[in-house]
Design a binder for this molecule. Structure first.
Ligand code: ZN
Length: 169
C-alpha cells in the first residue's frame, strides 16, 4: 500500500471521462487500498480514482474519518439508481485546497456497484454518506465543486488555485 499524490485543479485528469472497470483484479484492489490510505493520510472522507491520476470508475469513502474501519466503503463502477430529498452543505475537495462551496444534493440515494471482492451490491445511503458518495460520483463524470458556483465566484477560485500552482512549481 502506498499514499499516492493527489491531483490538484487544474490537472486535466480531473476533467477526463473515466473508464468503467472491466475486471476486478489485484491491480484494482491495490489501487483501492492505495486510495483508502491516501484518503486517510490527506485527511479526507472520500476520494475518487481520477484524484490520484487514474481515470477509472472507482470511489472510496469513510464518513468516520479513519475512526471506524467498518465505515470504509469502496465502490467500483457505481451508479445512482434513485435519489430523493435535499440537503445543503459546505463541501471541500482534496483537489481544491482551501476552497469550500455550498452545494445542494439529494438527502437519500440508492446506489449499485461492485465491491473489491467483485460482488455486486445495492446500498441505500442518507445524510453525510449520501453526500460524500454523490461528491465522489461527480468526479467520475468530470464534475467538480466549482461547477456549482456562479461564473464570478468560479473565476475567483480558478485564479486563486492557478496562483497557488505557480507558487508551488
Ligand atoms: Zn472532491
Amino acid at each position: 500500500m502506498a499514499v499516492r499524490k493527489i491531483r490538484i485543479f487544474p490537472d486535466p485528469v480531473l476533467r477526463q471521462k473515466t473508464d468503467p472497470v472491466e475486471e476486478v483484479d489485484e491491480g484494482v484492489r491495490t489501487l483501492i487500498a492505495d486510495m483508502i490510505e491516501t484518503m486517510h493520510a490527506a485527511p479526507g472522507v472520500g476520494l475518487a480514482a481520477p484524484q490520484v491520476g487514474e481515470s477509472r470508475r472507482i470511489i472510496v469513502a469513510d464518513p468516520s474519518s479513519g475512526e471506524d474501519p467498518e465505515a470504509v466503503l469502496a465502490l467500483i463502477n457505481p451508479v445512482v439508481l434513485n435519489a430523493e430529498g435535499s440537503q445543503t452543505c459546505e463541501e471541500g475537495c482534496l483537489s481544491f485546497p482551501e476552497v469550500e462551496v455550498s452545494i445542494q444534493r439529494p438527502e437519500r440515494a440508492t446506489l449499485e456497484g461492485l465491491l473489491p471482492d467483485g460482488r455486486n451490491v445495492r446500498i441505500e445511503v442518507e445524510g453525510y454518506l449520501a453526500l460524500i458518495l454523490q461528491h465522489e460520483l461527480d468526479h467520475l463524470n468530470g464534475v467538480l465543486i466549482i461547477d456549482y458556483l456562479g461564473p464570478v465566484k468560479r473565476d475567483l477560485v480558478k485564479r486563486k488555485l492557478r496562483k497557488r500552482q505557480r507558487v508551488e512549481a
